[in-house]
Ligand binder design. Structure first.
Ligand SMILES: [Zn+2]
Length: 396
């Protein structure tokens, strides 16, 4: 919601009037010098939108504010120049509305267009989110990163490295939405106040590493005949892409990292297909290059890569992980009931590479149980079981 600065206003006033943490207001207005506001400047207030309201007989500005649990002053702020003594029946005024509900819909298959639409919607209400692009997919889709918080501890979550595991994107986006609601309504989640997470942690989220693959699973081949023919051939002529994990070129993005890549390559398929083909060389695919570049640039303290399925958390790689990894995975397990597994016979994944090159905690969390793609009917159960992991990733 946008308001216009009046004589004597300060961001601190706005924070008090709207009961929104001052830091969130500062971060929603990055180009503003908080100590020197000028009259007429426009300021974003996060967590609110304005609604139109038609004056009825007997209304006063005071009664309207009262009915919405807002100070009267907030009505003046969104209606500059309004004369409270001269309200007219049917006159339209603006009223601030505090957003208390999710904007992300957890009940629908989650493709790239829905992701972009939701990010745009969240950014409009929560302008303190930053959404840089990390690069483009093979088909030219922009891969967004979402940044939230301004703490020194840098934490990274990602989803949908594997195309038919798109439910991970939806779980991550619902977590983000609940975190935002908790920050702007001062609500606790599982007994935890999240404002300290915001101050201490910068959370980087890449909710959909493989958008081309996700759209292939959900909508079938692209319109272009070249790609249609190519992916159908990689899929052995089948038009059923529900088993597809790779990117659009048939390369498995989680078999692409230089962490014993040759070993993984030697026993996996040697040509493009729905899954497990590691490419001709490590880091050949644009989605993987983008993730590697991001990881080098951001210097993450820890990373969690969300996959499906199995209800397990992989936390080791070649005994290169630091001692904290075991402490962290015990907490993740405690809050979720998921089983910690140190290593499996698998290499060249994102978390493997992160542990190998940084010697910091990296985890692959396998959400849910069943056959991929997991049905949306499992969404609530998965989210309830694993919400604690998303929170622990911030407070540990
Ligand atoms: Zn996976």
């Amino acid at each position: 919601m946008e308001i216009v600065v009046r004589q004597g206003d300060s961001l601190w006033n706005y924070s008090q009037l709207f009961k929104i943490n001052l830091q969130l207001i500062n971060d929603s207005n990055p180009s503003i010098q908080p100590k020197s506001l000028s009259v007429g400047q426009r300021i974003q207030i996060p967590g609110f939108v304005t609604q139109e309201y038609q004056i009825r007989n007997g209304d006063t500005l005071w009664s309207i504010a009262q009915s919405r649990n807002l100070p009267l002053e907030t009505i003046y702020l969104v209606n500059p120049g309004i004369n409270p003594n001269n309200l007219k029946i049917n006159q339209i005024i603006k009223v601030p509305l505090r957003i208390k509900w999710r904007l992300v819909d957890g009940g629908q298959p989650y493709d790239y267009a829905k992701l972009i639409n939701d990010i745009t919607g969240l950014q409009a209400v929560y302008p303190f989110l930053q959404v840089p692009s990390i690069g483009n997919t093979v088909l030219g889709k922009n891969i967004p990163e979402i940044l939230i918080g301004n703490g020194r501890k840098r934490v990274h979550y990602n989803g949908s490295f594997h195309a038919n595991e798109w439910i991970t994107t939806l779980i991550i986006m619902i977590f983000l939405n609940d975190y935002l609601l908790s920050l702007t309504n001062d609500n606790i989640i599982r007994g935890l106040s999240t404002s300290s997470f915001y101050d201490q942690t910068t959370l980087s989220i890449v909710p959909m590493v493989n958008p081309d693959g996700v759209d292939l699973v959900l909508h079938g081949p692209p319109k272009s005949e070249i790609w249609r023919n190519r992916v159908t051939e990689y899929n052995k002529g089948s038009t059923d892409f529900t088993g597809w994990k790779a990117n659009i070129r048939g390369v498995d993005l989680n078999d692409q990292f230089p962490a014993r890549w040759e070993l993984e390559k030697s026993r996996n398929p040697n040509q493009p297909g729905p899954r497990d083909y590691g490419g001709e060389k490590p880091l050949s695919e644009p989605e993987v290059i983008a993730m590697a570049d991001l990881t080098r640039k951001r210097d993450f303290a820890r990373v969690l890569a969300f996959h499906t399925q199995g209800e397990v958390i992989y936390w080791g790689f070649e005994n290169l992980e630091p001692p904290e990894s075991m402490i962290f995975v015990k907490e993740f397990s405690r809050v979720s009931g998921y089983e910690p597994v140190k290593t499996i016979d698998s290499y060249a994944g994102y978390k493997d590479w992160f542990i190998q090159d940084w010697r910091r905690p990296g985890f692959t969390v396998e959400l849910g149980h069943g056959i991929n793609p997991l049905p949306l009917s499992q969404f609530d159960k998965i989210y309830q079981n694993t919400l604690g992991i998303f929170l622990a990733g911030l407070y540990l």
